[in-house]
Design a protein around this ligand. Structure first.
Ligand code: UDP
Length: 458
């Protein structure tokens, strides 16, 4: 056996006894009557290094997806903003949905001749520990806000305020981490916008009480869902998050590539495939997905793919993964995949290979995995939390669930009613096309900038 094969073998998550026998004693394999179940892997043999970055798309590339009229409309809206300067500020250049979205949005605004610049705040571990705690507390976790945490937050915001120049016409601050940058003295004509990507519906009162005075100084706030917003004395706007239909995660891929990805992981495409793509996080309820799948599988043949990543460098993720493995036991129909963060194309293929996509979250932001699945025309079952009900209109663009039993019922129902499932998938695709694509997001930005420019807001 080649060393690399040994390594792959040690990464097998589940293989049935036939496969085990085959690998340990090749001479018995040819005698097997039933075809061997494909070898199961949790990690791919290939794709172990990040691919070269793909250049961002151009506006005209979207014409084939949304039509020429929509792109012309963007160019028309941008005319009044030509030469205006925008600064976007967030807390990370890579990883996470906000950075991914800015990577697409900034070049598109530039192409429309809105001079957009993107800055990332810096800070030590102490700052990011505090902001992570704030992030969780603002989404409802218990947290004891100390004076020390306040001081660290303000000190790093102050340092970034001194480091970054704020001379643009529009300053857009993303999320709570850099929210206190608004303390800068500003030109009268300058407009500041706070783009909140998280769910503020029931924040920890002390953290929100601390941040709120900063937010109230902005000219406008943007939330991702009606249900995430708070009462504020400034105008609020609703910007749904979006996906890029031309990105590696969402673009069309060759059927042969989908097959290659399934072969790589031992996924049997002749049987229904139920998939959840998610970090191993309790909010995504992967254990609930396993339980629902096991209930449904009593009545209908199917396999479950749980594709996640990052558990190895996140202690909580590793604990959740262990719980999931415990719930899976030695079930040969459940495949757990631990993918590196650069596997967008492989996730795309897994979503496309799926018969049904599940996102059984019990807490959620907007739930981009749902958007991705709907875009691919997949019948999607998801928890009725966070921004998911904006995307899934029950029984029209997908199925909303509130429990393990509900999820099991919907898996079983959709697998046994393929025409209905197909219709849900088609409706879901249209809903995303209308509301959650990058081109729509650009239009919202252009409209908001024009409103602000005209002296609207505050
Ligand atoms: N994702 C990924 N690899 C994984 C798990 C998730 O690339 O192993 C992607 C997924 O396709 C989606 C994003 O990460 O684009 C997750 O966004 P979502 O809003 O669903 O959840 P979050 O992780 O931000 O809570």
């Amino acid at each position: 056996m080649e060393p690399v094969e040994q390594q792959v073998h040690s990464e097998l998550v589940h293989s049935d006894s036939t496969a085990k026998d085959e690998s340990s004693n090749p001479s018995t394999a040819s005698a097997a009557v039933a075809p061997a179940r494909p070898e199961r892997r949790s990690k791919a043999r290939t794709w172990d290094t990040p691919p070269a970055p793909v250049p961002p798309p151009h506006l005209d590339d979207y014409k084939s997806i949304v039509g020429e009229a929509e792109i012309d409309e963007l160019k028309f809206l941008a005319r009044e903003l030509k030469g205006k300067k925008v600064k976007m500020v967030n807390s990370t250049a890579v990883g996470g949905g906000v950075a991914e979205m800015l990577n697409q949005l900034v070049p598109l605004l530039r192409e429309l001749e809105v001079q957009t610049h993107w800055d990332v705040i810096t800070g030590g571990n102490d700052f990011f520990e505090v902001t992570k705690a704030f992030h969780n507390a603002l989404q409802g976790s218990d947290y004891d806000l100390t004076q020390h945490a306040r001081d660290i937050f303000l000190m790093h915001n102050e340092q970034n305020r001194e480091r970054i120049e704020f001379s643009e016409d529009f300053i857009v601050i993303h999320d709570p981490q850099p929210a206190a940058l608004i303390r800068a003295e500003r030109r009268q004509s300058q407009r500041w916008v706070w783009r909140c990507h998280i769910d503020l519906s029931s924040p920890n009162p002390s953290v929100w009480g601390f941040l709120r005075p900063f937010i109230e100084r902005y000219d406008a706030a943007i939330f991702s869902s009606q249900s995430f917003a708070r009462q504020l004395p400034i105008p609020q706007y609703l910007f749904y998050p979006c996906i890029d239909p031309l990105s590696e995660k969402n673009k069309d891929v060759e059927e042969s590539f989908i097959q290659q990805v399934c072969d790589e992981f031992g996924i049997d495409r002749s049987r229904p495939i139920v998939t959840q793509v998610s970090r191993f996080d309790r909010a995504k309820d992967p254990v609930g997905v396993v339980q629902a799948f096991k209930q449904a599988r009593k009545y209908v043949d199917c396999q479950l793919v749980l594709a996640g990543g990052g558990a190895s460098d996140d202690p909580e993720g590793a604990a959740v993964l262990a719980e999931v493995k415990e719930a899976v036991g030695d079930d040969p129909d459940i495949i757990i995949l631990d993918l590196p963060p650069w596997c967008a194309l492989q996730i795309n293929a897994l979503q496309r290979a799926s018969t049904i996509v599940v996102q059984k979250s019990i807490r959620e932001g907007f739930g981009l995995t749902v958007t991705e699945a709907l875009w691919k025309g997949k019948p999607t079952i998801a928890g009725a939390v966070g921004g998911i009900p904006n995307q899934i209109i029950h029984k029209l663009t997908g199925a909303l669930v509130h429990s393990v039993d509900g999820c099991a019922y919907q898996i079983r129902y959709l697998l046994t009613h393929p025409d209905f499932a197909r219709q849900l998938g088609q409706n879901g695709h249209e809903h995303v096309k209308e509301n959650f694509l990058m081109s729509t997001n650009v239009r919202r930005w252009l409209l908001l900038l024009r409103i602000l420019q005209a002296g609207g807001a505050k």
